[in-house]
Design a protein around this ligand. Sequence first.
Ligand code: TGC
Ligand code: FAD
Length: 391
Amino acid sequence: RPDLFQAPDYYLLDDLLTEEHKLVRDSARAWVKREVSPIIEDYAQRAEFPKQIIKGLGEIGGFGPYIPEEYGGAGLDQISYGLIMQEIERGDSGVRSTSSVQSSLVMYPIWKFGTEEQRMKYLPKLATGEFMGCFGLTEPDHGSNPSGMVTNFKDMGDHYLLNGAKMWISNAPFADIAVVWAKNEEGRIHGLIVERGMEGFTTPETHNKWSLRASATGELIFDNVKVPKENLLPGKSGLGAPMMCLDSARYGIAWGAIGAAMDCYDTALRYAKERIQFDKPIAATQLQQKKLAEMITEITKAQLLTWRLGVLRNEGKATTAQISMAKRNNVDMAINIAREARQILGGMGITGEYSIMRHSMNLESVITYEGTHDIHLLITGADITGMPAFK
Ligand code: TGC
Ligand code: FAD
């Protein structure tokens, strides 16, 4: 019932937002209600990404919300960026994935580490969705530990020769460009822009996912791909470069997860008020009230945590560990709410008539990608003890 959606705002958080924040959020919300919610279940069932929404995603600031306007971005602050992610993920985590990847994993590294020529060539077209991008960090044998990657490139004088493979790459099957992280002959990680059509570059799709079905996932295979030298991102090398992109994307996911949780809570609350069993609404029973009361409590805590993180990001003060805490907490919160909300709907909860089961399955990917639930706990552990347990 997307027409009936209301965002829970139990602690009057709207008072902390500017008029611009509310305008940006409300436009994104209206667009999601109109363009995403009515069609997304069907696309998820068919395991297909709805390409017709790309233009609209660009128009609501879903591609590069905080990238400066001179490069085609929306030039917004971090809270607006977060609110856009929240509204998109209220519709579907897979659509938010496309937005996160394009914004924080493709546009951000080109903006931060690219040359002026690279920025002008790619960013305006990425901002409108004329170009779509993907981000290749994960490999078949190196997921949580990307520094072990084996994808590599050699300097051949007038070009680089790229070999290797990336796995689990969102948007890969249809992306026009890929920002790929690979090691040079000295073992140093660099970012390269690989374009569709380069000989030896293929992007086979990953099928049979039970999660994020409306998002296209694939591999990136590099078999002696000749990459022009001007496609190397010169501004930063080492694992820190992709990690900076992840900081930005994980921050957006922390907001996005709240959107998925809000939609589950809202749907469950409405259903519980209307569903009559034993001659009264199930919302009048203590057990269902416990579930709903705990949901709104957890959503409210996540909203406050994330709003504060947004302020810190605006001030340039948010640390990687603070972002990890929010990503981990909020996705875990959302997945638990999805599970409880599904139960409130009884048998109806397992159908595609309602969005909850789709959110629940989607969140299984969200809790794994961009650093697993465990890895984010270990990042917090390393931060507070100074003793990284993953070494
Ligand atoms: P570690 O020794 O900690 O660091 C290596 C070097 O990197 C630097 N660094 C950072 N620099 C800037 N910003 C950050 N956030 C940084 N984090 C690390 C660090 O200072 C160091 O620099 P230097 O000069 O001393 O060499 O690295 P480690 O190898 O021990 O790994 C740490 C660990 C495990 C936390 C990290 O590798 C990690 O986060 N792993 C999880 C992997 C992950 O998140 N992959 C995501 C792939 S992309 C994706 O999932 C997209 S999903 C699609 C969607 O978003 O919708
Ligand atoms: P592994 O690293 O093998 O982890 C398996 C388990 O071991 C996990 O539970 C993990 O927490 C645990 N574990 C690992 N190390 C430790 C440790 N030191 N201590 C304790 N436990 C540990 N990647 C990209 O680069 N680009 C993308 O666009 C992208 N999109 C994705 C889309 C989807 C739908 C999915 C599912 C994944 C995507 N990924 C992408 C990959 C994602 O980032 C990885 O799946 C994730 O980082 C985990 O890596 P892994 O799957 O290899 O699991």
